[in-house]
Design a protein around this ligand. Structure first.
Ligand SMILES: O=C(O)c1ccccc1NCC(=O)[C@H](O)[C@H](O)COP(=O)(O)O
Length: 261
C-alpha cells in the first residue's frame, strides 16, 4: 500500500470511530445553528500573493516538526502576520492533528480556516463544517471521478469552499471538469513524498486565469513565494517553514511581502 492509500485508510478508520459516537444527523443539526462559512476567494483573488499558513506538528516526510501545544495561539500569530487563511491538519496518525485543533483555531481567528485531512466520506465534510471550517481539502489522487463529484457537491452544499488538490496534468483536467474554483497544485508526490518545486510552474498554465491557484508544499522562503507567484500562484500554502521558523508573525509577513502583485 502506498503512503496516500495508508493515510486514506487510517483517516477512514478514525472517522468510523467518531461516527459511532456522533451521527451525521447530529452534525447537521449543529451546522444549522452556525453562521455562514467565510468565503476565502475574494482575499485569494486580491492583488499580491495570499498566504494559507498551516498548523502542522509532524508529517510523513519530515517526522516531528513542532510541538504546537496551543494551535489557536499559533493561528492568531499567523493572522497577525497577515495570513489570509489558516490550514489545520486534523489527521492524527502521521500529522498529530485533531478536529479539536480546528475548533480551537476557529474560536480564536476571524479569517477562513481549512480542514486539511484525507477526506474520503461526506461525514468528514459535515465534521469540518460543524467544527467551524470554511474550506476542506479534496485530493484528486485519492478519489474516483464519481467520489470527487459527490464530495465536491456536498462541500458546496454545506457552504464549504473545496480546495481541489492536484499533482499531475490528468488530475488538473479532472479538477477542471469538476468546475473547481480553487485548485491546489501540490509540488509533493503523495506516494514517494518527493517534492519537485518545478511541478507548479509545469501545471499552472493548464489552469484558466479565473480559477484560483494554490502552490502547495516546498514553499520555504520569500524567494520561493516570488517564484511561485511569477509562475501564476494566487496563494501559497506554507507549513514546515512557518512552524519551524521561530517567529510565525514575522514568518508570514515576510512571505506576504515577497510579492505585492
Ligand atoms: O507533508 C507531508 O509529508 C505529506 C505527506 C503525505 C501527504 C500529505 C503531506 N502533507 C500535506 C501537505 O500538503 C503540506 O502540509 C502542505 O502542502 C504544506 O507543505 P510544507 O510547506 O512543505 O510543509
Amino acid at each position: 500500500m502506498g503512503v496516500l492509500d495508508e493515510l486514506n485508510a487510517g483517516a477512514r478508520a478514525d472517522m468510523e470511530e467518531r461516527r459511532a459516537l456522533t451521527g451525521q444527523d447530529e452534525l447537521a443539526r449543529r451546522i444549522e445553528a452556525l453562521p455562514p462559512a467565510r468565503d476565502p476567494l475574494p482575499a485569494f483573488r486580491a492583488p499580491g500573493i495570499a498566504v494559507i499558513a498551516e498548523v502542522k506538528r509532524s508529517s510523513p516526510s519530515a517526522g516531528a516538526l513542532a510541538e504546537i501545544a496551543d494551535p489557536a495561539a499559533l493561528a492568531e500569530a499567523y493572522a497577525r502576520g497577515g495570513a489570509d487563511a489558516i490550514s489545520v491538519l486534523t489527521e492524527r496518525r502521521r500529522f498529530g492533528g485533531t478536529l479539536a485543533d480546528l475548533v480551537a483555531v476557529r474560536a480564536r481567528v476571524d479569517i477562513p480556516v481549512l480542514r486539511k485531512d484525507f477526506v474520503v466520506d461526506d461525514y468528514q465534510l459535515y465534521e469540518a463544517r460543524a467544527a467551524g471550517a470554511d474550506l476542506a481539502l479534496l485530493i484528486v489522487a485519492s478519489l474516483t471521478d464519481r467520489e470527487l463529484a459527490g464530495l465536491h457537491a456536498t462541500a458546496l452544499d454545506l457552504g464549504l469552499t473545496p480546495l481541489v488538490e492536484t499533482h499531475t496534468a490528468d488530475e488538473v483536467r479532472r479538477a477542471l471538469d469538476l468546475g473547481a474554483a480553487l485548485i491546489g497544485i501540490n509540488n509533493r508526490n503523495l506516494d514517494t513524498l518527493e517534492v519537485d518545486t518545478a511541478t507548479f510552474a509545469r501545471l499552472a498554465p493548464l489552469v484558466p486565469d479565473e480559477v484560483v491557484k494554490v502552490a502547495e508544499s516546498g514553499v520555504r522562503t520569500p524567494d520561493d513565494v516570488r517564484v511561485f507567484a511569477e509562475a501564476g500562484a494566487d496563494v501559497a500554502l506554507i507549513g514546515q517553514a512557518l512552524v519551524t521558523g521561530g517567529d510565525p508573525v514575522a514568518g508570514v509577513r515576510a512571505m506576504k511581502e515577497a510579492h505585492r502583485g
